[in-house]
Design a protein around this ligand. Structure first.
Ligand code: GLA
Length: 377
């Protein structure tokens, strides 16, 4: 039987694809806003994937189609593909072709199943599925780390979003059953078993449905604060900073630089502590660390928002072990570590709290740690 994606490809482009690949979205268990400070992060891949079908062409034409768009496809010239060329979402696939320095034409059909705007990294899933597919099709021999860096380059330099390296790394390197401890200074990774089902727990993902306009400027501003704090203290990044060194340098920093740096230093420590507690199956402790991370993101990094705080508070008031906002912030999703038996009760309480506050109903997901990018057979 033909794969539905191959069918969509051939209906659109009149031929079978050469190959198909997929890459997932992610949830970050802990380690927020520290990937661009060379810190540690602990995300896992979720079982929502973006798939892509591609076929090499013998000319210099690039055609891009997506199930999520009405128009049949958009057409580009490979030689024109450089930053500034293309409008809207196609900058993501164009950016990947540019970063991977592809010089031949290609037809691309994209089918995204990672909800966008939910803080689950739909953009990384798109970049990484295409980067993975192109790497195979053109026999580029790039490693998964290289593909992560090139996908990040596409997003930074082509799309113009100053993201870190976490989302692309986990989308490419995720492993079913594990969270991935990523050292963002060199992208070395350690698998950390995450078998919540065995402990009768689950990680509920609550999409607040909120996307505050602050997101883009706010993210860049936080990065800049960390960089200026590091420069004033004389360290390369937040990774080299200790609590004591920060304390000694407080007088040289603005109040906001100090707070941003305090988040970075404490969050890196929380990631390592979480790994220890997970290895000991001490989920009560993990829950507490999630709450501390949320407080730090809310109060020191100031990237939360009333809707995310409401989810965290309501989940905790109804028996969650811990909860925190995930991703860039200013909306997006919250994760709550909960007893599986409490899923219904906690979801209803959150829905009710949102209704009482006059917010749009939130969306609920859950996912076991899943595999990163792969070919689709
Ligand atoms: C976004 C970025 C990541 C990371 C998170 C915050 O998801 O894409 O690189 O910085 O925000 O942890």
């Amino acid at each position: 039987m033909t794969h539905p994606l191959a069918e969509k490809f051939s209906t659109t482009f009149g031929a079978q694809p050469d190959l198909m690949a997929q890459a997932p979205g992610r949830v970050n268990l802990i380690g927020e806003h520290i990937d661009y400070s060379q810190g540690f992060v602990l995300p896992f891949a979720i079982d929502l994937y973006t798939s892509v079908a591609i076929r090499k062409r013998n000319d210099g034409i690039v055609r891009i189609a997506s199930s999520q768009r009405k128009q049949q496809f958009e057409t580009f010239e490979i030689t024109d593909i450089k930053p500034g060329y293309g409008v809207g979402w196609v900058k993501y696939p164009l950016g990947v072709l540019w970063a991977l320095e592809i010089s031949s034409g290609v037809d691309i059909f994209i089918d995204g199943k990672v909800p966008s705007g939910a803080g689950l990294s739909s953009s990384a899933a798109l970049e990484c599925s295409l980067a993975f597919a192109i790497n195979e099709l053109f026999h580029l021999g790039r490693s998964l780390k290289d593909l992560a860096l090139l996908s990040q380059k596409a997003e930074n330099d082509y799309v113009g979003v100053p993201c870190g390296i976490m989302d692309q790394s986990i989308s490419l390197m995720g492993k079913s059953g594990f969270a991935l401890l990523i050292d963002c200074s060199d992208l070395s990774t350690t698998l950390v078993p995450l078998d919540l089902t065995r402990a009768d727990l689950q990680l509920l993902i609550i999409d607040t449905g909120v996307h505050h306009a602050l997101v883009d400027g706010g993210y860049a501003e936080r990065r800049a604060s960390c960089e200026s704090a590091a420069a004033k203290i004389g360290v390369a990044s937040m990774r080299q900073l200790s609590a004591a060194l920060l304390e000694n340098n407080q007088k040289n920093l603005t109040n906001s630089e100090f707070m941003r740096a305090r988040h970075a230093v404490t969050e890196i420590a929380r990631v390592l502590e979480t790994v220890t507690k997970l290895r000991e199956s001490d989920y009560l402790a993990v829950g507490k660390i999630l709450n501390e991370s949320h407080r730090s993101l809310r109060d020191d990094y100031t990237v939360s928002c009333p809707e995310s705080d409401l989810v965290v508070n309501t989940a905790n008031a109804n028996g969650a072990l811990g909860a925190r906002m995930v991703g860039g912030g200013f909306g997006g999703s919250v994760i709550a570590l909960i007893d599986r038996a409490e899923t219904g009760k906690i979801s209803i309480a959150i829905e009710q709290a949102f209704a009482n506050a006059g917010y749009k109903p939130p969306r609920f997901f859950t996912s076991l740690p899943s595999d990163g990018a792969s070919l689709i057979n």
